[in-house]
Write a protein that binds this ligand. Structure first.
Ligand code: ING
Length: 313
């Protein structure tokens, strides 16, 4: 009996700074209902799916910055998502800005949760690889201030048994780092689901990067193949208040092949029936971790962050 997960990638088009949470929740609910109608048991939404990609803006006012985040989950706005998930029996991945007040201090994280078909939070992840800068550069109209607004995630990369398999999660920039997929694979993940907001042109680039879409696919296809896992990557896409975000949401098989991909930069739903044992042969032979990995050779990966080249002659 093949272990299948029917999954939907629910890409969102642009969300403007002044779009209400209610208008966004309505779009997410529409996606959730469409995914259910197509027989999916899991729908994956983007990173920071409730708001515009606010780390592109300089926001000095604490209350304004908090207005882009959620102090509780479910929150009054997102309660509807949990209720609909329970009513339809469909799970979801949701990325959002989190305000955490544990231990009497206030911290913000770029967070994602997995919710099961009973509307229960079964997994939480806080983004570890925070791109961009900790301080704005006045020379640029568009910033990338995730290091200023969020703390590095403190929950690690963990996997959870759900939807008949083992799932891992990550967020956006995490998908560009091989370590993300490898740690999740070593923890048993057979599918990694993630959301992203990727600028078409970043603050350090003069022009739009023509390789953005290629690098997006390459990162996820390589991660999928090298770790024998499904990867579902879901964009918030389009032009948000003049700033472009790539689309390219896709579902990647453990073979590295893209089995479904969005073709617009709008709200768009793609689905796939994912066989979790598709790569069993690869996993037991060519890419058998237990038999083939030589961990004594990998020490630099965890012992140093930067590069140590050989000494000059
Ligand atoms: N976004 C980007 C990503 O890794 C980035 C970071 C910015 C990439 C600019 C390229 C250009 O896809 C997030 N949110 O991590």
């Amino acid at each position: 009996m093949r272990r299948m997960i029917s999954v939907a990638a629910a890409q969102l088009g642009p969300i403007s700074r002044d779009d209400s949470r209610a208008s966004v929740i309505a779009r997410l609910l529409h996606h959730m209902r469409s995914a259910h109608a197509k027989g999916c048991e899991l729908v994956v939404f983007p990173e920071l799916a409730l708001t515009t990609f606010f780390p592109r803006w300089i926001i000095e006012d604490e209350d304004e910055l908090d207005s882009y985040c959620e102090s509780e989950m479910p929150s009054p706005d997102t309660e509807q998502l949990f209720d609909e998930a329970k009513k339809l029996g469909i799970g979801f991945y949701l990325g959002y800005g989190e305000i955490d007040r544990a231990e009497g201090r206030k911290r913000r994280f770029n967070t994602a949760i997995l919710v099961d078909g009973n509307g229960r939070i079964i997994h939480k992840y806080r983004k570890i690889h925070l791109p961009g800068r900790a301080e704005p550069d006045p020379n640029y109209a568009i910033q990338h201030l995730e290091k200023k607004y969020f703390e590095v995630g403190d929950l690690g990369f963990t996997a959870v048994r759900a939807f008949g398999g083992v799932l891992g999660t990550c967020i956006c920039n995490d998908r560009r780092w091989a370590e993300t997929y490898r740690v999740l694979a070593l923890r048993g993940a057979e599918m990694v689901v993630l959301g992203y907001n990727t600028p078409t042109r970043s603050f350090w680039e003069e022009h739009e990067n023509p390789l953005s879409d290629f690098h997006n696919r390459l990162s996820m296809q390589a991660g999928a193949y090298q770790n024998c896992m499904w990867v579902v990557g879901v964009a918030k896409a389009g032009i948000e208040d003049g700033a472009g975000l790539i689309g390219g949401s896709c579902i990647v098989a453990p073979t590295g092949e893209i089995v479904a991909q969005c073709t617009t930069r709008e709200d768009e739903l793609i689905t796939a029936d994912c066989d979790l044992d598709l790569a069993a042969g690869l996993k037991q032979n060519l890419l058998n971790f237990e038999v083939n990995r030589q961990i004594d050779a990998y020490r630099p990966i965890t012992e140093q962050a930067g590069i140590t080249p050989p000494p000059e002659e």
